[in-house]
Design a protein around this ligand. Sequence first.
Ligand SMILES: NC(=O)c1ccc[n+]([C@@H]2O[C@H](COP(=O)([O-])OP(=O)(O)OC[C@H]3O[C@@H](n4cnc5c(N)ncnc54)[C@H](OP(=O)(O)O)[C@@H]3O)[C@@H](O)[C@H]2O)c1
Length: 252
Amino acid sequence: MKIVIFGNGNVATHLGKAFFEAGHGILQVFGRNRARAQELATALEAKAVGGLAELDLTADLYLLAVPDEAIASLAERLPRLKGVVAHCSGATGLSVLGGLQDYGVIYPLQSITKSADLAIRTVPFAVEGNTGQTTALLLGLMRKISPRAFVCNSQQRLALHLAAVFANNFANALFQIAHEILQENGLPFDLLKPLILETAQKVQTHAPRDAQTGPAKRSDARTIRTHLDFIGKKNDRAEIYRLMTKVITNGE
Ligand SMILES: NC(=O)c1ccc[n+]([C@@H]2O[C@H](COP(=O)([O-])OP(=O)(O)OC[C@H]3O[C@@H](n4cnc5c(N)ncnc54)[C@H](OP(=O)(O)O)[C@@H]3O)[C@@H](O)[C@H]2O)c1
């Protein structure tokens, strides 16, 4: 397949390399700043381009690996293309590309960072196309990159994205609070790392509700009061603690 990649950030880098290694031809890497696109273009043996006037019109796939808020305006400015145009966003509907001929979505359900390694074959890719044929084309492409690629509609993809915010972003924010509590009390965050790993590992084999432990699960009112006294009133921690305790207790 001949592919043009828009963007040179986290997703563009990892997906671009995966396509390249799977034997696809990367024709161009498009960046608003050609110099910034050059590094990825070189790695993918592609041409770096900085303007839509230079866009290669012969590609089979145009991957828009650009920020969510840039997808609509970029799609509007694209010339008439024969190839499929796909964005990578979890929270952006398929219809944002509705003005194009053939379009779809390739959403990686993973936290992806340009500079960090990624085991791409473990990533579930949520794929959607505007027609059955486009969906099949994108699914076939992605299944070779990761056996965990699957078809899902825009509503399901939004639910996935929301669930990922709870599982990843919010969990990480709670790690941050834990980090601060330890730091304030002269203890290293390293002490919590085995517990964090165990928490993530246990949900690989148990439902989260079955894996839950702790004072809220045990309805241990005395310990909960002791914790709230320790927190005091100085920040959001008491509110978060009460709310999370309620979520755990109501889950019983
Ligand atoms: N990273 C993740 O964990 C992750 C996971 C799942 C899905 N996604 C989705 O993947 C897409 C890309 O995310 P990312 O993390 O790769 O973003 P990113 O690292 O910030 O990269 C975005 C790229 O888009 C280019 N860009 C920025 N504004 C643009 C504009 N107005 N027009 C054209 N190009 C523009 C930037 O390059 P220049 O500034 O050089 O033009 C940059 O290379 C988003 O839709 C995101 O929701 C990301």
